[in-house]
Design a protein around this ligand. Sequence first.
Ligand SMILES: [Zn+2]
Length: 674
Amino acid sequence: MVVLGLVVGGAVACGSGGGEPAEDGPAVAGTETATERKYLLERVGEAAVVQLYADGFEALPLDQKTLVYHLYLAALAGRDIFYDQRYAHNLEMREVLEQILTHADGVEVATRRKIERYTKLFWINTGPYNNLTARKFVLTGPPEAFAAAARQAADAGAVFPTRGDETLDAMLARMEPLFFDASVDPSVTTKTPGPDEDMLAASANNLYVDVTMADLEGFTEQYVLNSRLVKRDGRLVEEVYSIDGKYGEPIAEIVSHLEAAIPYATEPMAKALEALARFYRTGEDADREAYDIAWVQDTASPVDTINGFIEVYMDARGAKGAWEALVYYVNPAKTEAIQSLAASAQWFEDRMPWDPKYRKEGVRGITANAIDVVIETGESGPVTPVGINLPNDQSVREQHGSKSISLSNVVEAYDRSTPSGFRTEFAWTPEEVARAERWSTLAGELMTNMHEVIGHASGQLADHLGGNPQAALQEQYSALEEGRADLVALYFLPDPKLVELGVVPAESHADIVLAEYESYARNALIQLRRVREGSQLEEDHMRNRQMIVRWLMDNTSAIEERNRDGKTFYVMTDVAAFREGVGRLLANVQRIKSEGDYDAAKQLFESYGIHFDPVLRDQVVERVDVLNLPSYSGFVQPTLDAVRAADGTITDVTISYPQDLMTQMLEYSGNLQP
Ligand SMILES: [Zn+2]
C-alpha cells in the first residue's frame, strides 16, 4: 500500500490502512540553510517539478554507499519495464520526443516550447496519462508543425524508431493519433466502465492484450502478479515477467546489479536480495512469497530497497503488479524520535484523558522507519508516495508482519516547495505567519508521528464489541478513528514528556504548540478549497479535522472567527482552552469508540464534521486560486557516481543534484548529448 502526498506536505502510512492526507496549510522551511537551496525547480501546467535531496548519504560508510550504488543501478535497469507496462506505445513515443528535443536547434521556437512542455508532463507521468485522473493528455498545436520539427531534427542527426522500411513521414502518420487524439486510448485505468464497456478493454495499459473480464471466467492464472495476459489464437496466455520470459533483458540486468550488491549487505538483507534474485529468475509465486518473508524479516538494516512488481493500482481488476524500485537508507534521528514515542506508548496510555476503564494494558506503539530515498523509478517516480507499507500479500502480513516507511526527504521537499502565499493569506497576524514559517515542518512531522505511533495504537474496547468497532460504528468509524488519533496528538503536544524524550527542544516547545494549534484551526477553513461543489465533506480526514475545530469553536473559547476586508479567519486565541477542550472531546470520542455508540458518532459528525457553508467555501476557493497551487509534483532524483581505483574497485560514491528534469530524464534514457 502507498500513501500519496497531496498538494501540500504529506504524511506517513496510516495505521488504519487508509491514506493520510496532509493537513492543508502553510508548510515551509524550518531551518535557515534549507531556504537557500532550490526545491521548486519549475512549474509545468498543474505539475510542480521539485528537487529531492538525500543529505545523509555522504555520511554513510563506504560499504553502505557501495551497496546503495549497486541497488541504484538495479533501480535504473528496470525503469523501462514500467514505461512499457503503462502503455504499449510509451517507449516509442518517448524516443520520438527525446530525439526531437536533443536535435532541436533548427526547430521553430513556439513548436519547440509546446513539445518541451508536453514531454515534461510525459516524463513526470510516465506516458500520456495524468497520474491523478488516469485521463490522456495530448500535444497542442497542429500535427504538421510537429512533423516539421521531427524532419528538422532528422536533418540534424536524430535517429527515429521507424519500423523496417518505414519512412519518417509514415511513422509520424502512424503515431499521430497517439500524440494528438485524446479519444484514442482515452484512459490508462478504467475501474468503473460504462454499461456496455469492459474494464480491461477500456483501460489502455499494457497488462492485458485483447482480454476482457469474460475471458477470465474459468481461467486460472498461475502468475497473477507478474504476468501480462494475452489472447492468442483464441487462447489466454500468461507472459511471465522473469529472466527467461517477458522483460527478460532488463530483468537480467536488475539481477546482475542485485548480485553485485549482496557482498555489501547485512546478512538478513543479503538473504532478501538473494531471494529476490531467485524470484526474478523463476517468476514462481512461491519464490515471490519467500522473498516477501525474507524482506519483512530484515528489520534492522540501515539500507533497504523495494524492487519488483509491487502495487496493483494500475490494473482495473487490481491483480497485476506494476514495476517499481526505491533505494533508501534509514534516517536515524527521525527514526529515533518515532521509536522513543513508541517505547513510551504505555506512559501516554496511562495518562489518556478518558475513563480509566478504556485504557489499555501492555500497549505497543506502532513503529515505522523514517527513511531518505536516493532514487525512485517505475511507478514510484518521478511522482512519489510519502509513505509505504508492504508486503501486500495478506497471508505474509498476518504471519510475518509488515514494514512501514515514511519518506522523510520527500515530505520535506513537498513542504519546502510550497508557495509562500499559502500561509500568509489565512494567518491573522505577521507573528502567526512567522511561527508557521519557523515551525510547521517540525510540528507537522511530530503530529504525524504521534497520530500514528501513540494515537491509533491506543485505547481499550468494551468486551461486547468483540474487537470490531467498525461493525458498530459503520460509515462513521473511519472519521471517528482519524479524529481520535489527531486528538491524542493535539492533547500530548504541550506535554513536557516530549522534551524529556528529546523530540522537541525545551526552549521552543511553547512556540511549536502555538504554531500547530494555529495551523490546525486555519486548516478547517483552507481545506474547504478541495470540495468545490455541494456543501458536504466526504473524505474522512477532512471530516475529522472540521469536526474537531468546529466543536472547539462551539464548546470552548479557544478559536475565534474574525473578519477583515471581507475575508474570514479562524484565529486560535487560547492555548490552555484549546488543550482543555481537546481533552474533553477526546474523552467523549474514546467512549463512543469503546462502546460502539453509533448514534453519538453520527450526531457528532452531523453537527460538526460534515456540513459546511458553501458561501464560505466560495470565498476560500477564490482566495486560494489566486495563489496558483500545483495539483501534483514530479521529483528530480539525486544522481550517484562511483569513483573507482585503477583495478575497478569502488573507492567512493558521490551524490549530486541535477536540478533539471530534462537533463535527468535524458540521462536515464541514454539520450543526453555530451
Ligand atoms: Zn490515521
